[in-house]
Design a protein around this ligand. Sequence first.
Ligand code: NDP
Length: 302
Amino acid sequence: MATNAVLTLDDLDTWQCEGTSLAVLGHPIRHSISPAMHNAALEEMARLNSRFSNWKYVKFDVPPEHLSQAMARLHAKGFFGLNLTVPHKVLAFSRVDCIDPAALPIGAVNTLKREPQGWRGFNTDGYGLRMAVRETLNIELADSHVILVGAGGAARGAAVECLQNKCRSLWIGNRSAENLDRLIADLRGLSASMPVHGFSTESTPSGIPSNALLINATSAGLRPDDPLPIALTVLPKPAGVYDMIYNPAETPLLRIARSLQIPAANGLSMLIHQGVRALEIWSEASVPVAAMREAATRAMQR
Ligand code: NDP
C-alpha cells in the first residue's frame, strides 16, 4: 500500500500488521506531509539499524465523532504510535489511558505511544515551536514578550512552552471569549509569577509591548477566504511573526509582515521539530533531522 494514501477506519477491516505501524489521524488529513517526513527518516534509520526496517507511517482521515473508536481499533490492530492533528488534540487528552507529566498542564496531546492496555499521551508541539522560532527567526522564547493568537490545542502547547521557558510576558488573543477564558484559567498554576494577559482579536488590544514575538496558532489562513487572525497594523511593530500554518507557505499574515519588513516564518520548521521529537519518543533512538527536513521541503514543493 502507498504510504501517502488517505486511509479510513474501513481499511482496518483488512489491515495486516506486519512490522511496526505508525499513523497520523486528522480531519481533513489529505494535505498532511507527515507520512513523507517520517518515512524518509525511518528509511535512513533502517540503513543504520535493521530494527527500523519494517517501520512505516500512514495517514487516516478520522472525523472527531469517531476518534475514540479509532484509538481503540488502532490499538487492537497493533499500531505502535499515533500523531494527532486538527481537530483531535484536546479531545484525545481525556481519552488516553495515561499522560506524560510534561503534557499534563497543556490539556492537549499530539503524540500517542502504545502501552499494553491503551495509549500514553505526549505533547511535542511546544518543543517544536521553541526549536522552530530559534532556527528561523533567531528568537528565544525565554527572552521574548510573546503575543500568541489562538486558544486551541496548538496554542495550549505554545502557551505552556512560553511560560515554562520564562518568556518576559504572554499576551493571548482569541476570537471566542469562551476558549480564551478556559485556556487562561488552565494556565493559572503555571503563571503565578507572571500575569497572562487575554484579549479579544475582535478589538484593538492595549498595553502590548513593541518588539514582541507574534505567533499565529489559529487555523485562520488555511483557506484563501479566511479572515486575518489578528490585524497586524494595529499592534506595536513585532520583532518577528511565526505562523504555525505551513500550507499555504505564505499566509496573508506572513505577506503583510514581510511587506512591513518584519522577519517572518511559516510553520514548516515546527512541523519538522515536533515530528522529530515524536519519532524520538517512539523509537528511543536518534532521529535524522536533515532527512525529515529534506522530505518535508520536497513534499511541499509537489
Ligand atoms: P484547534 O481547532 O484546536 O484551534 C483552532 C484555533 O483557531 C482556535 O483558537 C479558533 O478560535 C481559531 N480559529 C479557527 N478559525 C478561525 C477564524 N476563521 N478566525 C479566527 N480564529 C479562528 O486547532 P489547533 O490548535 O490544533 O491548530 C491550529 C493551527 O495550528 C492549525 O492551522 C494547524 O494546522 C496549526 N498547527 C501547526 C503545527 C505545526 O507543526 N506547524 C502544529 C500544530 C498546529 P475559536 O476558539 O474562536 O474557535
